[in-house]
Every structure is written in C-alpha cells, then in structure tokens.
Design a protein around this ligand. Structure first.
Ligand SMILES: Cc1cc2nc3c(=O)[nH]c(=O)nc-3n(C[C@H](O)[C@H](O)[C@H](O)COP(=O)(O)OP(=O)(O)OC[C@H]3O[C@@H](n4cnc5c(N)ncnc54)[C@H](O)[C@@H]3O)c2cc1C
Length: 502
C-alpha cells in the first residue's frame, strides 16, 4: 500500500469494513496522525459501538477492521480465533489472561507506531506487553501490541551505552554488555523486560551503587497517542522524558531505548541461606548491619517458603528459609558480608566471586510463568517494633502462606528526592510480597497479602517504589503529590481519550 491509495474493499463477518474515514473519531486526531494515516486507511472501526468505559466493554459488540490494520503492519494481526493468538497474548503472570479483540505481533518499531496511530485514529484502547511480568489484570478488549519479537540489543563499548528494541529482556543486554566487561542496571530476574521495568523506575540489583535504572536512561524513542513518533531525552522534551523515566507505563509507547552501562565484570555476590528457626537472629543482625553498608554493597533479606517439590533444592523444599542476598562491586565484599556470615549457622553459603552474566544467582527468581499476586510497601526503618512485626507475619511461628516476603535495601545512589520521578521516598527498604494463585490457597492469597501490608504499614511512610507496589490499582504510593499531578497533566494532554492502558 505504498501508493497511498485506499485498500481494496474486503471482508464480511466480523471483519467487515464498516466505517468511512472522516466520519468517526479520527476527526479528532492531530494533524500528524491524520497526514500519516488518512491516505492509507479509508475505512475503519464502528466507533459508536465502543463504550466509554473500557472495563465494561465486554458486554458490547465491537467490530474492528483488522484487515486494514494488517495492511499497516509487517507483523501478524491475530484475532482470538487464530491458534497463535493465545501464545502471543500470554503473560508471565499465568494468573492473567488477556482478552484483547486483536493482538499485533509487532515485527519492528514501525509496526508499533502504525498500530498506535491506528488505535488513536479509531479511538480503540491500546495496551502493550513485552513479557507480562507486570501483568496484574487481563486486558478485556482493544488492541494488544506484543513487542516480544523486538529483542534487538546493540552495545557501544566506547560510549558505555546499550540501545534496545521495545521487547528486549535483561538477559540479552547482560550477555551483550558482558562481552565488553560492562553491566546494565537490571533487577533480580534477567527474564524481565527492559522497557517496562525501566518505565516503572527499575530497582536494580546494583541500585545502591548506581541508582535507579530510570536515572541511567539517555533517550527514548516513543509514539504518543496523538500519533507523534519522536525521540525524547534530557535535551529533547526534558519534562516528558523525566516523567517517562519512572512515571510508569501509560504516557507513551516506547519503541526503543538507549541507556548507560557500567564497568562491572564481576561482583562478590549470591545468597546466604539460613534455616527458618534462625530467622530472629538473622533479621536482627541484618537490621543492624544493613545501615552500615557502603554504596558498593547491595542487599536484601527474604523469607522464602518454597514448595515441597522435586524441582526445589532439598535444603529449601517445604520449609521456611531466610536468605540474605548480596552483591558487592569492587574490593571488600567478603569483609562487608562477614557480620552476616556470623549471624547464625549458615545452611548454604552461595556467595562468591560472580561473573556479572550470572547475576541471576543473587536472587534466583523463578523464570517460568506462574500464577501470582504481588503486593508492596515501603519500610522506613527495621527497628525493634518492625522486627517484631516481621517475625509475627513471616517468621517461623507465623501461619504464612506466601512463598516470598522480601525486604530490598534501598539508599546509596537511589535518590530519595521526592521531586524526582523515580524515588526511594526516604525509605530504607522496599517490601515485596508474592503469593501463588494456585489451589488450595489461591483464594486466601489476597487476604494474606493485605494482612502483611497492614501489619507493616506503621513502619512505612505511605510510599513505595512503583515496581514494588504489586497490584497496580492504586498507584498513589509511587510518587509525590507533585509528580503525580505532573503525570496526570501529561496524560491528559497526550492521551485525552485515555486510550493507552497502563
Ligand atoms: C520475577 C520478577 C522479578 C522482578 N524483579 C524486579 C526488580 O528487581 N526490580 C524492579 O524494579 N522490578 C522488578 N520486577 C517488577 C518488574 O520490573 C515489573 O513487573 C515490570 O513492569 C515488568 O516489565 P515487563 O516489560 O517485563 O512486563 P510487561 O507486563 O510486559 O509490561 C509491564 C508494563 O509495562 C508496559 N510496557 C511494556 N513495554 C512497553 C513499551 N514498549 N511502551 C510502553 N509501555 C510498555 C506494559 O504495558 C505494562 O503496563 C520483577 C517482576 C518479577 C515478576
């Protein structure tokens, strides 16, 4: 369709062409989107069938002109009758089933731009998924842009930067950077997507040493819901760039990203594992030790209740274990960790010199899809009362059904400046709890998460880094009121119809 002429009339059934350009919501589209699309799209969605409230739309009949959309993109446009639809829409969080009207398996960045413009022109809700690690609830309709095939990564060793496609996962960046003795600011699992993680601030394994991942972004290629595709950076639309870096998904769709890498080939890292019966000694020692650490040291304490299954290491299966996760950059890691090695008898000592490419061994997060629900909060200090509260909800005598209760140490280079979009908000720890939504405990998981968060609430300040919030229905804790107001204003300006699902 390079001649700009109209596509031939096609279809019938659910794909019938059912509107005419210039008669629908496209009238409200900005001139850039109109200029790009009108010569190519002469017929599109029956927009009047789209209810104003996206979440009520499952009761409505929607007929999208997928054939026209297919004309605009190189990748496949899949509807629910296609056997590949489910795979393309699948989320890492297996508790979530997305039910969009159509999935676009983007083959390149231009497909993402074209789909966003198409959705914008037709007033259709548009969602983006790279991996589904951040999926909290199913998308009930509209277009889902799947970026999972856009996995390009290029490293510039001289500039110490990486440039990635929208669907890159940290594993690819870690491997490409390691060839040059460099490391990115990935989180605890290299299976997570680079873009979604970074838009949410990105709390890295090496966050105390180098800061939030969002603060290492140099530029973003974006398309906004007015159809405008461009690059933003500290010098190009700095206000929008700043909001995107930590303001979470929902402002724009990112098609590419360039960010800093750091000269780290090796860390002193891994995990010390203690039996659950030593939880109190270990937690007390951790609470006294963590505040003394330099910015070179990164750590967390985790209460892990692993299932009694043959895939789980014998020492961990079917019991509570307490893990001190540790990653130290440069010399002195062994000395820094010594107080924790002496805190109680160590069941498994898995801390040693670790090539950065093996950084997943610090947290050993699951890498297979599973049905889960997460929740999070901040903790200002693990003082005596907080320690007692943690032991009451997660210690050896607690009837805790959650496999993971995790306190990630903040501070160091992770700024607590509330005027910043990605901020540690004056917190010492980010608490993250995860429940598995599988029988027989699935129904009890939301209550169990709520109970732990309520028990720890007196030790927070109402704030939490965004990626650790878990259930994203209430994002209030993620930003200061000032930043939240700037985000809301930007959203209202860029996406007045609220088409971009976050
Ligand atoms: C096992 C595990 C470990 C984790 N560890 C950490 C950690 O150490 N530190 C940390 O900060 N977080 C961590 N997280 C949280 C994780 O960073 C978030 O869930 C993040 O949103 C996942 O991004 P994703 O792209 O992989 O997931 P997705 O579910 O694909 O995307 C997440 C969100 O980002 C949006 N999005 C994705 N791509 C784009 C795009 N191109 N343009 C616009 N929006 C986009 C999606 O629409 C969605 O709203 C972890 C999560 C899991 C499950």
């Amino acid at each position: 369709m390079d001649d700009g002429g109209p596509p031939p009339p096609r279809g019938g059934g659910p794909f019938r062409v059912s509107g005419q350009a210039g008669q629908g919501p496209g009238d409200r589209i900005n001139p850039i989107a109109r200029q790009t699309l009108i010569p190519r799209v002469t017929s599109f969605v029956v927009s009047e069938t789209i209810a104003p409230d996206f979440h009520q739309r499952d009761t409505m009949t929607i007929q999208l002109d997928f054939i026209t959309l297919q004309d605009l993109v190189r990748g496949e446009v899949l509807d629910p009758r296609d056997p590949r639809f489910a795979d393309e829409a699948e989320a890492f969080n297996a508790a979530v089933t997305h039910r969009p009207d159509v999935v676009v398996a983007a083959a390149d960045a231009a497909d993402v731009v074209a789909t966003v413009r198409w959705a914008s022109l037709n007033s259709v809700k548009v969602a983006v998924q790279a991996t589904g690690h951040g999926a909290e609830r199913g998308i009930p309709g509209g277009v889902l842009v799947s970026t999972k095939h856009l996995r390009s990564v290029s490293v510039d060793p001289a500039a110490r930067t990486a440039t990635v496609g929208a669907g890159a996962r940290w594993r690819e960046v870690i491997d490409a950077a390691a060839e040059h003795g460099l490391a990115p600011l990935n989180g605890s699992s290299s299976d997570v997507g680079v873009v979604g993680y970074t838009l949410g601030g990105g709390l890295p394994v090496l966050g105390r040493t180098y800061g939030f991942a969002a603060d290492s972004v140099l530029s973003l290629d974006i398309v906004t819901l007015d159809g405008d595709a461009r690059t933003v950076s500290r010098t190009q639309e700095p206000e929008l760039f700043d909001l995107l870096c930590g303001g979470g998904p929902g402002l724009a769709v990112v098609t590419g990203m360039t960010f800093r890498l750091y000269p780290v080939a090796l860390v002193y890292g891994g995990a010390l594992v203690f039996e659950g019966r030593h939880a109190e000694d270990v937690l007390r020692a951790f609470a006294a030790w963590a505040p003394t650490l330099s910015d070179a040291s990164n750590s967390a304490i985790r209460f892990l209740r692993a299932p009694d299954s043959p895939e789980v290491p014998r020492e961990l299966a079917g019991r509570l274990t307490v893990h001190v996760n540790f990653a130290h950059v440069g010399r002195g890691g062994e000395r820094a960790l010594a107080p924790m090695r002496a805190a109680a008898p160590v069941l498994l000592d898995l801390v040693d010199d670790l090539p950065y490419a093996e950084v997943d061994r610090v947290y050993s997060d699951p890498d297979q899809p599973m049905p889960f629900l997460a929740g999070g909060a901040g903790v200002v200090d693990l003082d005596e009362a907080a320690i007692r509260a943690v032991l009451a909800v997660a210690g050896p005598d607690a009837e805790c059904i959650l496999p993971l209760v995790d306190f990630r140490l903040l501070g160091g280079a992770m700024t607590s400046d509330d005027a910043r979009t990605a901020s540690a908000h004056g917190l010492a720890y980010a608490l993250h709890v995860v429940g598995v939504l599988a029988p027989p405990i699935a129904e009890a998981v939301p209550g169990a998460i709520a109970d732990i968060l309520a028990a720890m609430a007196p030790f927070g300040n109402g704030r939490c880094p965004r990626n650790f919030l878990g259930d994203r229905s209430d994002l209030t804790p993620a930003w200061s009121a000032t930043v939240a107001a700037r985000l809301a204003a930007a959203r209202a300006e860029l996406d007045p119809e609220g088409l971009l699902v976050r």
